[in-house]
Design a protein around this ligand. Sequence first.
Ligand code: B12
Ligand code: SF4
Length: 532
Amino acid sequence: MSVHLVNPSDNSFGTAVITPRWLFVLAAATPLIAGDPILVDESLEPIAPQTIEPGDIVGISIHTGNALRGYAVGRMARCRGAWVVYGGIHATLFPEEALEQGEAHAVVKGDGDIAWGKAVTDCLAGNPIRIYEGGRIDGSQFLAARWDLMDPAKYMWASVQTIRGCPKHCSFCSVWRTDGQKPRQRRFQSVVDEIVTLRRLGFRYIALADDNFYPVTLTDLRQAREQKNSARLEELTAIRAERFQLMEELSKLPKDMVFFTQITMEAGEDGDFLDAMRRANIKGALVGVEAVTPEGLKAVYKEWNLSGDALARQLQTFKQHGVHVLGSFIFGLPTDRPSTFDATVEMALRAGITFAQFVMMTPFPGTVDFGRWEKEQAQNPTMVGDVPITRYWMIPTEVRPKMFTPHPTMSSDEIRERTQKVWDRFYDWGAIWERSACTPNLRSRIAFIFLSKLYRQMYAGTGISTDSARRKKSKSWAKWTARQCKKLFQATPMPELPSPEWEIEMGRPAQAAFAGGDGAELQGPFEMFPES
Ligand code: B12
Ligand code: SF4
C-alpha cells in the first residue's frame, strides 16, 4: 500500500517556479505507519496511472483553477481501486462536488495538518467518513514541510508559510472567509528551522507563502489606543512583536538569502517594519494595488488603499526602504473604462515598481463578488453547454470563457485585448532594461531581464493570452526560459549550515543562529535585489 499526494495541473513544464507547499506539509502529516508518501506535482510531469495500485490512498489538492483536472485524476485513481481523498480551498468550499465529480471517498475541509492523518488511518482501516472537518488550527500546530522528499533540481523557489488568515475583507478574495480574519502566526523557530533546511539543500530564494505578512497596521494600533481597548492593544502588540522577532531571526541567516512575501500597501506607512524587512532580506513583496482610482477601490472594498499621486508615493516608499514591489492590478471592475488601462500602466511605471501583474476580474468562490454574482444568476443562469457559468471551473478549458461576469460598458474581448496591451507595455524591452538598473552588475541585469520575460510569458501562456496559437508559442518559450532561470536561481548547497538553538520554554532563541554567510554567494548570478 502506498500513499500518493497529487498536485493536479494541465500544464507540465518540467520545471516549476515555486514549490506547492501543501504537498510537503501533507507529506509531514502522513502517519508513519503509511510510510513515505509518493509526491506527484503535475506542473512538472503528469501522473502515470500505472503507479496507482488497488488499496493505495490518493490525496488530491484542488483550488478552483485546477479542480477539473483534479477530478479527472481522482476518477482515474478510484477506477484503479484506490481510496480517493480531496482537500484544498476548492474542496473546502465545494465538498459535495468533489464527492460527486471527483468520485471521492472523503473530503478534508480546511487545514489538513491534523485531519489528513485521521483520513489516512480510516482509509487503512477501510472505513473513511465522507467529510473531515480540518477547521482552522492554531498557528503553533502548523506542521513543518518534509523537504527531504523534494527534488531540489525541479524548483526555483521554495515556499514557507509564516502566517495564515487576513484581517481585511476584500470583495474578490476568499482568504478572509476560509482562513479567517484572525491572523494565525506560526512559531518563528519552526519557520527558521525550515529555512535552514532549505538553504542546506541549495535554496536561497524563498517565497513566504502568507496571505498577508503585515497583519497589524499602525492604524489598528492607533484605533485600539483611541478606543482605550487595552485587551485589543495588547493582542495587536503581541502579534506585531512576533513579526519583528521572526524578522530578527531571518536577519541572522546567510546574507545571500532572498525572501519574497505578500503584504498590504499600508506597510508603506510603517518605516520600522519595512526596515526590519530589509534587514531580514525580505527583498520583495506582492502588494495588492488592485485599482488606481478611488471608485475602483471602493468597488473591491479596499478604500483603505491609496490612489493617484499618494499611491505612487506610497509604492516608492517601499523601494526607498529596500523592499521591491510586485504590484498586482485587477482589470474588468465595473468602474473601469478604456482610459483606466493607460492610467494604470502609467501609474505602474511612474511608481517605480519592479514587477507588475495585471489580472482580469475573476469571481472566485467564497468571495463577496461570487456570492453577489451567483444571486444575480439564480433566476436565469447563463449556460456554456450544460454547465451554468457560475460553475465555470467545470467547463472544459478549451471552451471556457476568459471572463465570466459581464462588464457594463466593455466587452470581454475588449478588456482582454486592453489588458494584453498593458502587459506588453509594462514588459517591453525598453521598460525592462530601465528597471533592470536596480541590479548591481551586468550578469544580474541579464538575469533580471530573463525573469521579467519569464513572468510575462507564464502569465500569457496560462491565463490571458488571446488565442491558442499564441498560447502554445508562449508555453514553449516559457518552458525554455524556465530552464534557464532555474540555473540562475541555484545556489551552492550549505550542508554544514548550523541550526539555531532555541530556548524552548521562553520560545526565544538562546543565541544568534548564524552570524551571516561568507559573502561568496553575493557574487551569484541573481543578486538583483542589492541592499539599498
Ligand atoms: C502562496 C500562494 C500563491 C503563490 C505560490 C503558489 C504555489 N506554487 O504554491 C503564487 C503567488 C504563485 C500564487 C499564484 C496564484 N494564486 Co495563490 N495563493 C497562495 C497562498 C497565499 C498560499 C498558498 C500556500 O502555499 N499555503 C500553504 C499551504 C500549506 O496551505 P494550503 O495550500 O491551504 O493547504 C492546507 C489546506 O488547504 C489543506 N490541503 C490542501 N491541499 C490538500 C489536499 C488534501 C488531500 C488534504 C487532505 C488537505 C489539503 O491542508 C494544507 C495544510 O493545512 C494562497 C492563500 C491561501 N490561504 O491558501 C493563495 C491562493 C491559493 N491563490 C489563489 C489564486 C487565485 C492564485 C492565482 C490564480 C492568482 C492569479 N490571479 O494569478 C495564481 C494561480 C497559480 C496557479 N496556477 O496555481 C487563491 C485561490 C482561490 C481559489 N478559489 O482557487 C488563494 C486561496 C488566494 C485568494 N486570494 O483567494 N499563489
Ligand atoms: S486580498 Fe489580500 S488584503 Fe484583501 S482580504 Fe485577501 S489577503 Fe487580505
